[in-house]
Write a protein that binds this ligand. Structure first.
Ligand SMILES: NC(=O)c1ccc[n+]([C@@H]2O[C@H](COP(=O)([O-])OP(=O)(O)OC[C@H]3O[C@@H](n4cnc5c(N)ncnc54)[C@H](OP(=O)(O)O)[C@@H]3O)[C@@H](O)[C@H]2O)c1
Length: 301
């Protein structure tokens, strides 16, 4: 048997898949492959020209690609609500891939006053998922995929300073947001299961891929990260764990996927493990309650 690659993505005809942050990097490659396998792909992106260009690049490879731009700025709850409204006009939604992300920016706030990384990477996706859940929760084969990171392993939720108003360590806050992705994935799975829903919640991480994610890295940090370039995969390779999570038949709720190579840094995809403390159910419930309170989004299962 060969290792998992793009060719293993099964036919997606008839399925509709929303990928956030699909204009570049891992999200774009995820969208490209899914469109090539026949899915209708909704690209949740904040910048119209980038979204149009991304769709043109996919259509150049797959002329029959069925693509639609969904205007979505995860740093604004009102934009998330509008995006969810547009998505709900679709006849169906099979998979939501919460891929968009921001890493180590200078401290910035979202339109709603959340620290940007927690706000975009976790709270924006929490709000989006809750508002499109009615389309997913009763559908056989429906999935929510949250794109986390190896960085989740060093994460913990700073409940005493959720918005980093007292202290802002940009890497710690990225780790916290990616840890939140895992807590959210597992808590959502428990709630879906308890409600008898056939939909499942899973997570993935791309290892270390060469994308635009490092755009905010200060010059000194970029220099320190230079040796990491040796181990980096392409964004196409980095998309494989997301593709496996979203489409493989051998997937159960709560599963987590990452690269199959050394230290989960690159190469192909396989099931991997989250850090044990990310399975803490009381922490996950607490984050859920806080996220509900901050976003005002109540999930209806
Ligand atoms: N690359 C890696 O090695 C790596 C490792 C671990 C985890 N990840 C995760 O993989 C995911 C994809 O990252 P990437 O490496 O592909 O990075 P990327 O090339 O920087 O792409 C990030 C995407 O997220 C979008 N985005 C950022 N802020 C947004 C917002 N407020 N609203 C809507 N979309 C927004 C970006 O849109 P714009 O172009 O408009 O900014 C872009 O489409 C992220 O969740 C990241 O944490 C990546």
């Amino acid at each position: 048997m060969t290792d998992y690659n793009e060719k293993d993505v099964p036919d997606q005809q008839g399925r509709t898949i929303l990928v956030t942050g699909a204009n570049t990097g891992i999200g774009w490659d995820t969208a490209r492959v899914l469109a090539g396998r026949g899915a209708r792909v909704l690209l949740g992106c904040r910048d119209e020209s980038k979204a149009v260009e991304a769709m043109e690049r996919i259509s150049a490879i797959h002329p029959n690609a069925d693509l639609k731009w969904i205007p979505l700025d995860l740093a604004s709850l009102s934009s998330v609500a509008s995006a969810a409204e547009v998505v709900r006009q679709e006849s169906r939604l099979d998979v939501l891939i919460n891929n968009a992300g921001v890493m180590i920016p200078p401290r910035t706030e979202t339109a709603d006053g959340f620290e940007l990384q927690f706000g975009v990477n976790h709270l924006g996706h929490f709000a989006l998922t809750g508002q499109v859940l009615p389309m997913l929760k009763d559908r056989d084969g429906a999935r929510i995929v949250n794109v986390s990171s190896l960085a989740h392993r060093s994460g913990r939720i700073d409940y005493d300073d959720l918005q980093a108003e007292q202290q802002y360590d940009r890497m710690k806050r990225y780790q916290m947001s990616k840890f939140a992705n895992i807590l959210f994935t597992l808590e959502l799975q428990r709630r879906l299961e308890a409600s008898g829903s056939p939909a499942i919640s899973v997570a993935s991480h791309p290892g270390v891929s060469s994308t635009e994610l490092g755009r905010y890295a200060p010059p000194m940090m970029s220099l320190l990260f230079l040796p990491l370039a040796l181990f980096m995969s392409s964004s196409a390779d980095g998309a494989l764990p997301s593709l496996m999570a979203a489409t493989s038949r051998d997937v159960s709720g709560g599963d987590y996927f990452g690269p199959a190579g050394f230290a989960e840094m690159r190469y192909s995809a396989r099931k991997v493990d989250v850090i044990p403390h990310a399975k803490d159910e009381s922490d996950a419930r607490r984050l859920w309650d806080v996220s509900t309170e901050l976003t005002g989004i109540e999930y209806n299962f």
